[in-house]
Design a protein. Structure first.
Length: 139
């Protein structure tokens, strides 16, 4: 198994779990460097709420912030997402192999119905006949 730092992955996935944070990352992906106020403009939440989201993204290493005078600018840092993608790719390969093995197993000749047993009626047991009603039952 590939060794990953759990705390880095945990912070990355926790940061990516929120739709607002994913939207912030998408905006940063479109522009190289964006000021916090410009980044917050299209969102229907307060600037302090956006700042909290940016703190989470920064703690996860997904963005970097630089301050020039009174302006704070954010920039996307893709390295933690690359590590998360490598982790996901490992399990994608594992499940692809497992499903390929299952498909090969199910496609083996031994599981193909033989021509003689193609009728489902031939494989069913005969139906039991009903018995007479007992003495305690009414009609």
């Amino acid at each position: 198994m590939v060794n990953y730092q759990a705390s880095t992955l945990d912070r990355t996935f926790a940061a990516l779990a929120d739709p607002t944070r994913r939207a912030l990352l998408a905006r940063l992906d479109q522009q190289d460097t964006v000021s916090v106020s410009e980044l917050a403009r299209p969102f229907p939440v307060s600037l302090p709420a956006i700042m909290k989201h940016l703190d989470v993204l920064s703690d996860a290493g997904l963005i970097s912030r630089t301050k020039t005078g009174r302006t704070v600018a954010c920039q996307l840092t893709p390295a933690p997402m690359e590590q998360a993608m490598n982790w996901l790719a490992h399990y994608e390969r594992y499940w692809t192999e497992q499903l390929d093995r299952l498909a090969a197993f199910l496609e083996q000749d031994q599981w193909q119905p033989s021509p003689a047993s193609s009728s489902s009626a031939a494989s069913k047991p005969p139906r039991k006949k009903s018995t007479k009603r007992g003495p305690g039952r009414s009609k």
